[in-house]
Design a protein around this ligand. Structure first.
Ligand code: ATP
Ligand code: MG
Length: 261
């Protein structure tokens, strides 16, 4: 675990490129169907989702990531989380990472909330005592006491997101990666989550927050990167990046204050 005096940035991304390679079936033509007797040709489709991106995130700060759909934000975050290996370049992460990726990742919907939390805790290496102590904190923060013994398929998406967030922050991470997952919470829970994230940062944790909620990005982040077609288009203070990004989107800054919270 890094100490407070550790001078290294929490996250250092250097010349990172991530390419998806997918084997795709070529749409058969009548001729190829006859010639190949139904055997279809395959070819490899490549998408350069992240191209030569470099930046770093100082310990104890919040980095926002904005950009259009398909810009490469989730790919970048998955790469920082160690889920996707770099095709080129490198990612250095100094600290224990807790990830809160888009909905649908992490929990098994057939299991109850309680079972999911216990499994998650055991997977994170908690002892039974730690688990017992943290379990109550997790449930209290998520405000889901009445729902913990129901299978998670009976949860609303907001409830699912609340439990996910509560587990992630109670892991006491050095680095918290959040990809869109907060967008499902209601306004009150969102505010509560933001306060909690700030508290984590005061305790020297580092947060990476991917969101289309630009007002939240403005309120919460110390610096912001704007991803555009896999490239890092801008890396600066929140106000400057959001201004340039909203201009690019042609929605105007008014849209920033209208959306979310
Ligand atoms: N598992 C995958 N296999 C192949 N291509 C993928 C995969 N995931 C994403 N891509 C492609 O990589 C590019 C970047 O996608 P990514 O999910 O990182 O975008 P994003 O910025 O997170 O978008 P959004 O705002 O919609 O969440 C897109 O062109 C997408 O089609
Ligand atoms: Mg995404």
């Amino acid at each position: 675990m890094p100490s407070a005096s550790d001078p290294r940035p929490a996250i250092h991304v250097e010349d990172l490129s991530v390419t998806y390679r997918t084997s795709v079936e070529r749409r058969p033509t009548l001729r190829s169907m006859i010639v190949r007797a139904g055997r279809r040709e395959r070819y490899v489709h490549e998408i350069e989702a992240v191209k030569d991106v470099s930046f770093e995130v100082p310990r104890g700060s919040v980095l926002g990531v904005v950009g259009a759909n398909g810009a490469g934000k989730s790919t970048l975050v998955r790469s920082i989380a160690g889920i996707l290996p770099p095709t080129a370049g490198r990612v250095e992460v100094n600290g224990r990472v807790s990830t809160l990726l888009a909905l649908g990742v992490g929990f098994n919907r057939r299991l109850t909330g309680r079972e999911n939390v216990v499994l998650g805790g055991l997977a994170a290496g908690w002892s039974r005592e730690e688990l017992a102590a943290k379990y109550d904190d997790i449930v209290r923060f998520a405000e889901l006491k009445k729902f913990m013994d129901l299978p998670m398929r009976m949860y609303s998406s907001g409830m699912y997101g609340r439990l996910a967030f509560s587990v992630a922050v109670n892991m006491d991470p050095d680095i918290l990666l959040i990809d869109e997952a907060l967008s499902v919470g209601d306004a009150r829970f969102k505010r509560k989550s933001f306060r909690r994230m700030r508290k984590l940062c005061e305790a020297d944790a580092t947060v990476v927050l991917v969101s289309h909620a630009l007002q939240s990005i403005k309120d919460l982040c110390d610096q912001v990167i704007w991803m555009h077609e896999g490239e890092l288009r801008m890396w600066d203070e929140p106000d400057a990046v959001i201004e340039a990004y909203t201009e690019f989107l042609e929605v105007g800054e008014d849209a920033v204050t209208m959306e979310d919270v």
